[in-house]
Design a protein around this ligand. Structure first.
Ligand code: ATP
Ligand code: FE
Ligand code: MG
Length: 352
């Protein structure tokens, strides 16, 4: 089956066509991504109203380009998927409304995809990962450990009590006057810095519950930066290296805790440790998680960086996975700013 997917929940306008075979393997036929980074960079963060307007301006072209690159017509599609949340509501409305219009005109089924579910399922497309697996979702807006048992069966094992990890990277970058978005710049600085110059706190390390907390660490970096100001290039590099080292250690410890809880709840170990979200692009984090996976006697699956950050292919793929199970949505399905993956956390609004 061929599915068109649309992603507009944050600052990427993306559309993609993905195929899924009867055996469950997938292939990306096209994945067109238009980043809004340049629009938001002067503001040091995503401006929701500007994001929504930019999605409106380019989405039609992005969809047309995705169809063209895939070399298919609308009649060849089995379904049309869009991220229906969680995210910035203006953008979500733009993408979901476009998908509804296309579904109405073509008569194809609509699949309203949870953006987090799409991040979660991407490794099945890229690495053929089998259920159940342990997901570490680390992005600009989310930091979660999730037991993924099947399509639509997610148990959140832990989450951040304050900042998301990507957010912490971005805030540290901002306080050190590095460009937005900060993650990649912090990593670059860290590569030439001394990770042992500063000993920053490792919040919640050793805690049984696989939760995260980043704000204390972020504040510690700020205090040190204030103390040293004005900062030399070496100070910046050393602060980045010491911050990243703390994050890497925290992640390793929290994933171990998550794997323990996974085993208790599932009665077995995960078939893979899957990492998703933009922070998964970080080399130091990837390397450490490779060691952790070995230690946990499982394999590590991290999609390529372009598939870890927001993209249409992950929405199309999640749509295909749902469609293969006959999970489609009515044309009046609502966009949602908030939409937790875990049905318990999602409450009575959750989709059955
Ligand atoms: P969400 O998916 O939760 O709605 P988002 O769309 O902002 O949030 P992504 O696009 O998946 O998240 O990821 C962006 C985040 O990843 C940013 O916070 C960015 O700084 C971070 N990031 C990207 N590359 C790196 C890197 N090399 N090291 C650390 N962080 C990184
Ligand atoms: Fe995302
Ligand atoms: Mg993004």
């Amino acid at each position: 089956m061929l599915v068109l997917g649309i992603e507009t929940t944050c600052d990427e306008t993306s559309a993609a066509v993905v195929s899924r075979s009867l055996t469950g393997s997938g292939e990306i036929r096209s994945n067109v991504i238009r980043s809004q980074v340049e629009i938001h960079a002067p503001f040091g963060g995503v401006v929701p109203e500007m994001a929504a307007r930019a999605h409106v301006e380019v989405l039609d072209h992005v969809v047309a380009e995705a169809m063209k690159q895939a070399g298919i017509a609308y009649r060849d599609l089995s379904g049309i998927a869009a991220a229906a949340g969680p995210g910035l509501i203006g953008g979500v409305i733009v993408g979901l409304t476009t998908a509804k219009a296309l579904a109405l005109v073509t008569g194809k089924p609509l699949i309203a995809v949870n953006h987090l579910e799409a991040h979660a399922l991407t490794a099945r497309l890229t690495d053929g990962v089998q259920f159940p697996f342990l997901l570490l979702l680390v992005s600009g807006g989310h930091t979660q450990l999730v037991a993924v048992e099947d399509v639509g069966r997610y148990t959140r094992l832990g989450t951040t009590l304050d900042d998301a990890i990507g957010e912490a990277f971005d805030k540290v970058a901002k306080m050190l006057s590095l460009p937005y978005p900060g993650g990649p710049h912090v990593e670059e600085e860290a590569a030439r810095g001394d990770a042992e110059r500063f000993v920053f706190p490792r919040p919640l390390m050793g805690r049984r519950e696989p939760d995260f907390s980043l704000s204390g660490l972020k504040t510690a970096v700020r205090l040190e930066a204030d103390r040293l100001a004005p900062l030399t290039d070496d100070d910046v590099a050393d602060l980045c290296a010491s911050f990243q080292a703390a994050v890497v250690e925290v992640i390793a410890d929290r994933v171990r805790a998550g794997a323990r809880v996974f085993r208790e709840k599932m009665g077995r170990g995960p078939s893979a440790l899957v990492v998703a979200g933009g922070v998964a692009a970080n080399g130091a984090i990837r390397a450490r998680l490779g060691q952790i996976a070995t230690e946990l006697n499982t394999r590590l699956a991290i999609p390529a960086p372009a598939l870890c950050t927001d993209n249409g292919a992950m929405i199309a793929w999640a749509g295909a996975e749902r469609l293969a199970r006959a999970l489609t949505d009515p044309l009046d399905v609502s966009p949602r700013a908030r939409w937790p993956l875990d049905p318990v956390a999602a409450g009575p609004m959750a989709r059955a």
